[in-house]
Design a binder for this molecule. Structure first.
Ligand SMILES: NC(=O)c1ccc[n+]([C@@H]2O[C@H](COP(=O)([O-])OP(=O)(O)OC[C@H]3O[C@@H](n4cnc5c(N)ncnc54)[C@H](OP(=O)(O)O)[C@@H]3O)[C@@H](O)[C@H]2O)c1
Length: 357
């Protein structure tokens, strides 16, 4: 049994982490932080957890009194820290945080990229702790399982990056792709719990809104992990906001060097993912569930992947779906923890999702 704390537990990914860890047989959650809700019960913010925990939020760093008038403890030492802060916070205080726990899983983008220069290019700022970048393992177990076993520090992944990477990895690692056009449709919870004009209900509900036709930051992770030329990646990546709360669907048009029929594609994907506990291959000729869709993945840690060949066109359309808060964030972070500690990888992640939903 380990003692874990969640920093940024009032947010959407932090709330999902708390839900998962409360049911995890090897973890005791000792502290949860929020600056805004310090002193409040977790279920005040995450009402689904009413009756599951009496934990209250504490502030991250000081021992002052929260808005409810209750005393808040400072963050105490523990075995594992999950960091679920907005981008740019963990990198500023990584030394302090690392002094509190032997191991860290950081869900933000702060330690996903190995090259410090990439932070200036993609995030518009110098990384304040570049020496930490190579200490973190990119936390996608399907690609980094061996390095994660026993690791002390793991990053999370961008949710759009994770769904795209899992879709493309078998083709790219075999050098089959000449160029690819990827469109990811995402739900509103990707933006976190802080409201903005763009997330205001009349503006956000029911949208199909181009969010980042080019230049999305998660492309940096794809370039890094697929070993692409940073100047000419040949991977054209767009993100569109759609009117759902959870979910990301990647439609990847892979323009191949050679024709690849579906039989061969199936063989390749089964070779890479056949033993993966959280990647499911979806192939059905009939029915309404012929292709992956995020709706049925709500709350589950799966990445569903399917594909369709376009005969004579050297084009394979790979379609992948996840719940952005699960395989795109909290679920994947718990899977990563399981690998780091050598526990069964599916521990605490057995929920298969709901249907209908
Ligand atoms: N949402 C997704 O689908 C997703 C997927 C993959 C990765 N991620 C990454 O995961 C991280 C968290 O995302 P999220 O969607 O959970 O964000 P969120 O809902 O906005 O939650 C952010 C959390 O950080 C806390 N926080 C904010 N500013 C802080 C500060 N200055 N000091 C201390 N705590 C602070 C917030 O607490 P209070 O506001 O209560 O004070 C809240 O608990 C981000 O880096 C994001 O990029 C998100």
């Amino acid at each position: 049994m380990i003692r874990a704390a969640i920093v940024g537990a009032s947010g959407y990914t932090g709330g999902e982490l708390l839900r998962l860890l409360l049911a995890h047989p090897q973890v005791e959650v000792t502290q949860i932080t929020s600056e805004t809700y310090a002193g409040q019960y977790a279920y005040f913010v995450h009402p689904n957890l009413r009756g599951h925990t009496e934990l209250r939020f504490t502030r991250l760093a000081d021992g002052s009194t929260g808005p409810s008038g209750r005393d808040c403890e400072a963050l105490a030492p523990c075995d594992l820290l999950f960091l679920a802060l907005p981008h740019g916070h963990a990198m500023e205080r990584i030394e302090d945080l690392a002094a509190l726990a032997e191991r860290i899983v950081d869900l933000s983008a702060d330690f996903r990229l190995r090259e410090a220069a990439d932070y200036a290019r993609w995030y518009g700022r110098e990384h304040p702790a570049p020496e930490w970048l190579t200490r973190f393992v990119y936390g996608l177990p399907e690609l980094y399982r061996d390095q994660l076993v026993g690791a002390r520090y793991a990053s999370g992944t961008g949710c759009n990056a994770a769904v795209t990477l899992l879709a493309l990895w078998p083709l790219y690692r075999r050098g089959l792709v000449r160029e690819a056009v990827v469109e990811v449709k995402v739900g509103s919870s990707e933006g976190g719990h802080r409201p903005s004009p763009a997330s205001h209900h009349p503006e956000r509900a029911g949208v199909v809104r181009s969010y980042a036709p080019t230049g999305h930051r998660h492309l940096a992770e794809l370039i890094q992990e697929l070993n692409l030329d940073p100047q000419q990646p040949g991977l054209h990546f767009s993100v569109t906001s759609v009117g759902i709360v959870r979910g990301a669907l990647a439609t990847c048009h892979c323009l191949l060097h050679e024709e690849l029929d579906e039989r061969e594609a199936w063989r390749i994907y089964r070779e890479d993912y056949g033993a993966e506990p959280f990647v499911r291959l979806v192939r059905a000729k009939r029915g309404i569930h012929r292709y992956p869709e995020p709706k049925i993945l709500s709350g589950a840690n799966y990445c569903d992947i399917g594909f369709v060949a376009d005969p004579g066109q050297r084009r394979l359309v790979v379609i992948a779906a996840i719940d952005n808060l699960m395989k795109g964030a909290a679920g994947n972070a718990v899977q990563t923890m399981n690998v780091m500690y050598g526990w069964p990888e599916t521990l605490g992640l057995e929920f298969p999702g709901l249907h209908p939903i």
